[in-house]
Write a protein that binds this ligand. Structure first.
Ligand code: KG4
Ligand code: ZN
Length: 336
């Protein structure tokens, strides 16, 4: 089965061609047109600008994804597209493109939950992942722990009560006058800032549930910077301690999740999964088959959307297909 994937939920316009056979998927092409440079100067994503950029970028990306994959349009069996969650105007650009192609090519659409896409970034390229499993999704908008008994059977067992982990990176970076997105730059600075003098709280660590909270961490950074007249000279130390707190919270809650739910595998995903310290710390301390996607599939991309769609088809067959007429964006779409 050959699937065209389309992803436009936030600030990356992406198109991918993926081929799936039994329990294996292979990415034939994955094009990402990033808008980071455009949004960088505003310190965050401006929805109106993001939508306009998607409209410009998405069709050329689709054309290139098809030619790079060396497939013909008529070989494509289905069009997978992100339905939500995300920015409504950004999602619309992808959904309307998918609808138009579906009408023109007479191919079905498989709508995909963006978060499900992140989970399935772990299933790209041959891998034998055993169920049941726990997946930690850490992105700019979400921090969720899920339990999966089998493909596309998802139960949320923990989530953030306020900010997401990626948001903590982005807002922390903004406070330290660093650029957007904050994650990669804080990670880089943190590597040179190991110290024990600056300490941040670990909210919710004592709570018995599997929920997270990151807004107190952000507030603590705000007050520590305000008190410290020399903070600009210690930016690497602040980055290190701030990142340590984020990783510590993610690790401890993941450990608690594993002890509450006996599973065979643990899957990390989402933009924050690009962080090498987080990957190493989880892999070392979880004592479980640990999986994280290739770095290029951690941040938003269409290959993960096509991969989730392939397994949705494997699970539901034709029921996974939607007619273009009945398809609508769902900016607040829930994972379960
Ligand atoms: O999954 P994603 O691309 O978009 C959403 O669905 O939100 O995640 C973007 C988030 C941003 O908050 C960004 O700061 C964070 O992922 N991120 C990182 C790293 N690379 C991206 N966070 C920590 N370390 C990184 N290396
Ligand atoms: Zn995402």
């Amino acid at each position: 089965m050959i699937i065209l994937g389309i992803e436009t939920s936030c600030d990356d316009s992406s198109a991918s061609i993926l081929i799936g056979k039994y329990n294996k998927v292979r990415v034939l092409s994955n094009l990402i047109s990033s808008q980071i440079k455009i949004h960088n100067k505003y310190g965050g994503v401006i929805p109106e600008i993001a939508a306009r950029e998607h409209v410009i970028a998405i069709l050329p990306s689709i054309e290139r994804s098809i030619s790079e994959a060396k497939v013909k349009k008529q070989d494509i069996d289905a069009i997978a597209v992100t339905q939500g969650p995300g920015l409504v105007s950004s999602l619309l650009a992808g959904i309307e493109t998918a609808k138009a192609l579906s009408l023109a090519w007479k191919k079905p659409i498989i709508p995909v939950n963006h978060l499900s896409g992140h989970i399935y970034s772990n299933f790209i390229n041959p891998k034998k992942i055993k169920f049941p499993l726990i997946s930690l999704i850490v992105s700019g908008g979400h921090t969720i722990l899920v339990y999966m008994s089998k493909h596309h059977h998802v139960k949320i067992i923990g989530e953030t009560l306020d900010d997401a982990a990626g948001e903590a990176y982005d807002k922390g970076a903004q406070m330290m006058n660093l650029s957007y997105p904050g994650g990669p730059i804080i990670e880089k600075l943190a590597k040179k800032g190991e110290n024990k003098d600056i300490v941040f709280p670990r909210p919710m660590l004592q709570s018995q549930d599997l929920n997270f909270s990151f807004s107190g961490l952000k507030t603590s950074l705000y007050y520590q910077l305000k008190k410290d007249k020399q903070w600009q000279k210690k930016i690497e130390k602040y980055s290190y301690s701030y990142q340590e707190a984020i990783i510590d919270i993610l690790l401890k809650k993941s450990q608690k999740a594993i002890s509450n739910y006996p599973v065979k595998s643990f899957l990390l995903s989402g933009g924050v999964a690009a962080n090498s310290s987080l990957r190493e710390r989880l892999e070392k301390n979880l004592n479980l088959n640990f999986y994280a996607p290739e770095i290029k599939y951690t941040t938003d991309n269409a290959a993960m959307i096509a991969c989730a769609a392939y397994y949705l088809f494997q699970t539901k067959k034709e029921k996974a297909f939607k007619n273009y007429k009945s398809l609508q964006v769902a900016p607040n779409l829930k994972l379960a």
